[in-house]
Design a protein around this ligand. Structure first.
Ligand code: GLC
Length: 715
């Protein structure tokens, strides 16, 4: 529809209809379930069924048939027949579930994330979804926070690369196209820095860090075409994000020129009252509309107080018109005025959901997201015919999709199913699933003794352990990160048999696995890999796939070490293992993480040689030769880090500025080259100007953030 018609529509709308467009309610409020009496919920929201007829969007209502029916009803009942916008949390898959985003990031292959979101878009669009509340691109440095699973991890550069890939997959180059959905980047901003890793907590981030590290990936999402931005639950600089003009007016609109729509997180407008900012609903509505939040999700202060605020001259109609314009433009760009159902199609649901091509892409992504953390005595890969014992809560559990998986594909998600499909004989024991901590004891029954008896004829023992998928994602913060006591006991009992022990860890975050590490000959970080989890793990365990995953988030030695991330500052008293007492170190724990960012093993060995670096014509160039010194093909992620030695503000001891994943045949050598421009070396100085400063730089290249070779250049 031409822009002039959008403007005409805005002029024709009443104030109530405008405020309705600025509200999002669950489909429930349209009485989609006639058997349910809505009186209570409507009263609680202080709205009437008449008000609901003006509401402009809904969330997490799925199904081609259901969405079409609701759209028909909503448009028929709306005076101007404006189509509704159907939004949903399609984070890492719809029917075909892909690895959690933190795992996808460990593949260091953006194409995997793009494939995941492209499949998720196609499958969910067929079920009526038009916009997804994704990608989540919050920078995370604290695994106590349950939502690290949704994030691309601790590094700003990797987050930008992965976030842009996610938006490309969801939205492509035109959200109107079939099988594409609009992207909504979240949570703006800084939510990953919640104090103490406790969800919904406030954040305390210095302006310099906020600008330098936390904002980058949201901007990358917008540059890649995201059309909506969601507020975050946290307070930042004393103001809840949903009422924060610095975020939504200054940075988002003025500095970044964003012209899309914005939406609050769930009831976050209402929570500006709970936070102690707004005095009441009227104040909440005024503050959040003035801050630039176009849609109020699942609270109704805009509907309840917007009219009064305008009539009393305390809120400008211009702000309301702009919010409505942002919303209608988004609906128009999705083509909803011409095709209000967009891609909803029962036929496509049948052909697309869990189709073989989607499962193939999910298997590929899952294989590449697995990280091999330890492999001694060539325990892995396993040889066919070896007698395997598998014990632990994830031996047979098919709930391997993790948080925010709307639907878990069941048939080959478990390790046991993967073994069976591959024709692997195994004995399983002590395999009841671990329950969520919120359901009481999160420990499994102690059946270690009987499990060892059951597996006494096995040659190799696998401990399939981890945390409940329900204990990851939103509202799932943990103050302790160890495996449950009986899971640790199982690993130790396995070791006591004298047989090789392989620990496979299923989690949505780096867990504190140091206590059991000595008892394991091999350790695989399996994250939550989705529909193809069982098949992917089987292929890695038996060498069908040579593990190539590298950590996108550091593993702490202990929870007491958090936050621990690789791109930290040197301090005035750096500790390099010297005897000095007065240096920056713990008395009872190393400074380094247990496993660093970028770390991961393969069944092969890449040898780096002949690193050269030079600065010429304003560009740093580095080249290195990488040789696959093994007899099997491999994928190696060559990583480039930079340390700006001296600047007007201190700079991290290293920052990822490039990575290249290369395939190497057995014995093959390749020379890899990187270029780092002045633009890539810019940072916020002490005047908060984004500048490049000439000087000395360390150039570091290696297989992870720890084992690097260093060269010095001057630019
Ligand atoms: C939740 C989450 C947000 C999600 C929204 C809608 O509270 O914080 O990520 O998109 O509500 O479900």
């Amino acid at each position: 529809m031409e822009q002039s018609k959008i403007e005409a529509l805005i002029q024709e709308m009443t104030l109530e209809e405008k405020l309705g467009q600025m509200t999002q309610l669950g489909a429930y409020y349209w009485g989609v379930d006639p058997s349910v009496d809505l009186t209570g919920p409507l009263n609680e929201m202080k709205v009437t069924a008449e008000d609901v007829k003006n509401v402009g969007s809904t969330l997490n209502y799925l199904g081609a048939k259901e969405v079409k029916a609701l759209q028909d009803r909503a448009m028929a009942e709306h005076r101007l027949h404006i189509p509704m916008l159907f939004m949903a949390d399609i984070i890492h898959g719809y029917k075909t579930s892909f690895p959690i985003p933190l795992a996808l990031s460990c593949s260091f292959e953006p194409q995997n994330y793009e494939n995941a979101t492209s499949v998720a878009a196609a499958e969910s669009a067929a079920s009526g979804v038009q916009l997804t509340f994704a990608p989540m691109s919050d920078l995370v440095r604290d695994p106590r926070w349950g939502r690290v699973m949704e994030s691309p991890g601790e590094d700003p550069y990797l987050n930008c690369v992965m976030t842009a890939a996610a938006v490309r997959g969801f939205s492509g180059d035109d959200i109107k196209k079939k099988g594409k959905v609009a992207s909504c980047v979240k949570h703006f901003a800084g939510y990953g820095a919640s104090q103490g890793g406790r969800d919904y907590n406030w954040v305390d981030i210095s302006t310099n860090s906020f600008r330098q590290y936390y904002l980058a990936s949201y901007k990358a999402a917008l540059d890649a075409g995201a059309r909506m931005v969601m507020t975050s639950f946290n307070v930042i600089d004393g103001i809840p994000s949903s009422a924060n003009k610095m975020l939504f007016r200054k940075i988002l609109r003025e500095e970044w020129g964003f012209d899309g729509a914005t939406i609050s997180d769930y009831a976050a407008v209402e929570e500006t009252i709970t936070n102690g900012l707004a005095e009441n609903g009227e104040d909440a509505a005024r503050r959040c509309i003035e801050a630039g939040v176009d849609i109020e999700m699942m609270s109704t202060n805009y509907i309840n107080y917007g009219k009064k605020l305008v009539e009393e001259g305390r809120l400008s109609m211009e702000l309301i018109d702009q919010a409505v314009r942002n919303i209608l433009n988004l609906k128009n760009d999705l083509g909803l005025f011409e095709n209000p159902y967009k891609d909803a199609s029962e036929e496509d649901e049948k052909t697309l959901h869990l189709c073989s091509e989607h499962r193939r892409l999910a298997l590929e992504a899952a294989q590449q997201s697995i990280v091999l953390l330890k492999n001694e005595n060539q325990t892995l890969p396993l040889k066919k015919g070896v007698k395997i014992g598998v014990a632990g809560p994830f031996a047979s559990s098919d709930n391997t999709s993790g948080g925010w998986a709307l639907i878990n594909g069941k048939d080959e998600s478990s390790l046991a199913a993967g073994f069976r499909k591959a024709g692997v004989e195994f004995v399983s024991a002590m395999d009841q699933s671990v329950v969520s901590m919120s359901e009481g004891s999160f420990d499994v029954e102690d059946e270690a003794e009987s499990a060892m008896e059951a597996m006494q004829d096995c040659d190799v023992l696998i401990a399939a352990v981890g945390e409940s998928p329900s204990d990851t994602g939103e509202a799932a913060s943990r103050a302790y990160l160890r495996l449950s006591p009986n899971q640790e006991k199982l690993v130790m009992a396995m070791k006591a048999t004298g047989k090789p022990v392989i620990m496979v860890v299923f989690s949505g975050r780096p867990l504190e696995i140091k206590p059991v590490l000595p008892y394991c000959d091999a350790v695989i970080q399996a994250w939550f890999l989705g529909t193809e989890s069982g098949n992917a793990l089987t292929s890695v365990l038996f060498g069908g796939y040579n593990p190539s995953g590298r950590l996108a988030m550091s593993f702490p030695q202990t929870v007491g070490q958090i936050p621990v991330h690789y791109n930290c500052y040197r301090t005035g008293r750096p500790y390099y293992g010297q005897e000095d007492h007065y240096v920056s170190k713990y008395l009872d724990c190393p400074n380094e993480p247990l496993f660093p960012f970028g770390f991961g093993l393969s069944y092969s060995k890449a040898v780096y040689s002949d690193l050269q670096a030079e600065a010429r014509d304003g560009v740093i160039r580095a080249r290195v030769t990488v040789t696959n010194e093994s007899r099997i093909p491999m994928k190696e992620t060559v990583q480039l880090y930079i340390h700006d030695l001296f600047a007007s503000v201190v700079r991290p001891v290293k920052e990822l500025k490039g990575f290249l994943q290369i395939a190497l045949a057995a014995g093959e050598s390749r020379t890899v080259e990187f270029e780092v421009t002045k633009e890539m070396l810019k940072f916020y100085n002490d005047q908060m100007e984004y500048v490049f400063e000439p000087g000395e730089f360390e150039v570091m290249v290696g297989p992870n953030s720890r084992d690097v070779e260093i060269r010095k250049v001057t630019l």
